[in-house]
Design a protein around this ligand. Structure first.
Ligand SMILES: Nc1ncnc2c1ncn2[C@@H]1O[C@H](COP(=O)(O)OP(=O)(O)OP(=O)(O)O)[C@@H](O)[C@H]1O
Ligand SMILES: O=C(O)c1ccc[n+]([C@@H]2O[C@H](COP(=O)([O-])O)[C@@H](O)[C@H]2O)c1
Length: 214
């Protein structure tokens, strides 16, 4: 069964680093779909510059017209901290025990995985595909001992493994490096510089119209 990909993020704002990651992994892993799940009030970082509703709308604009990309507003519309393990548990309930789920992460997010709420449970709910990201080398030496042990025991190099089981594998995926971050986009806007060509025009327009990140 083709896996369902899940891309969570603050998306403050969504940019081409996110979109290219989703497109690359959708192709490499033959994903049935990619669900974009903007976070609500993330517990692990400062409050976003845009509201959950604005970040949802920017994702909606960015993925419009791609039949494989879907917006899932469950975290953004909830006042809860939005732990990924809880979101995955709900998706698992909705989609059934046999459906392969695959959490899509950039390398920076994966390297911090051992700080996540009940992180070991994640592997019982989904596979994890890790995309390369400039500045965050995906080497064992960069991982803490616990994450390294878990990753090494689960590592696969064959995307077909993700179709054969519903969860539990870790796959590292090379993607064209795009050194784009939401932080650098917010800084550019604040400094009065144009962020154009780092993110979709529709999102640039939305940021301007709503005076975000000034
Ligand atoms: N340029 C990129 N290349 C690869 N992965 C990325 C890139 N940008 C974001 N990601 C991944 O997308 C997911 C959501 O990222 P997030 O919304 O925090 O974006 P960000 O650009 O890292 O934001 P910020 O600068 O505000 O921390 C994470 O798994 C992150 O690793
Ligand atoms: O569940 C957690 O404890 C947890 C801790 C850190 C990050 N996450 C999730 O990881 C995704 C990427 O986070 P971020 O900060 O890079 O936008 C997003 O969906 C977060 O909800 C989840």
């Amino acid at each position: 069964m083709r896996p369902v990909g899940i891309l969570g993020g603050t998306f403050d704002p969504i940019h081409f680093g996110h979109l290219r990651l989703a497109e690359e992994l959708a192709q490499q892993l033959d994903l049935a779909e990619v669900r974009f799940i903007p976070s609500g009030r993330p517990w692990h970082r400062d409050a976003p510059g845009a509201t959950p509703e604005q970040r949802l709308e920017m994702v909606r604009l960015a993925i419009a017209g791609n039949p494989r990309f879907h917006l899932d507003g469950r975290e953004a519309s909830s006042g809860a901290p939005g732990y990924t393990v809880e979101t995955l548990a709900k998706l698992r309930q909705e989609l059934g025990a046999a459906q392969p789920l695959c959490l899509l992460l950039g390398a920076d997010a994966f390297l911090g995985l051992a700080t996540w709420h009940h992180w070991r449970e994640l592997f019982k709910l989904a596979h994890i595909a890790v995309a390369q990201r400039p500045g965050f080398p995906l080497q064992a030496a960069q991982m803490g001992d616990e994450l390294r042990a878990e990753a090494e025991s689960r590592m696969s190099s064959d995307p077909r493994d993700l179709q054969a089981t519903p969860c539990g594998k870790v796959l590292a995926c090379p993607i064209p490096p795009l050194d784009i971050s939401a932080t650098s986009i917010r800084s550019a806007v604040k400094a009065g510089k144009s962020p154009r060509y780092l993110l979709p025009d529709a999102v640039v327009d939305y940021i301007q119209t709503h005076h975000l990140y000034r």
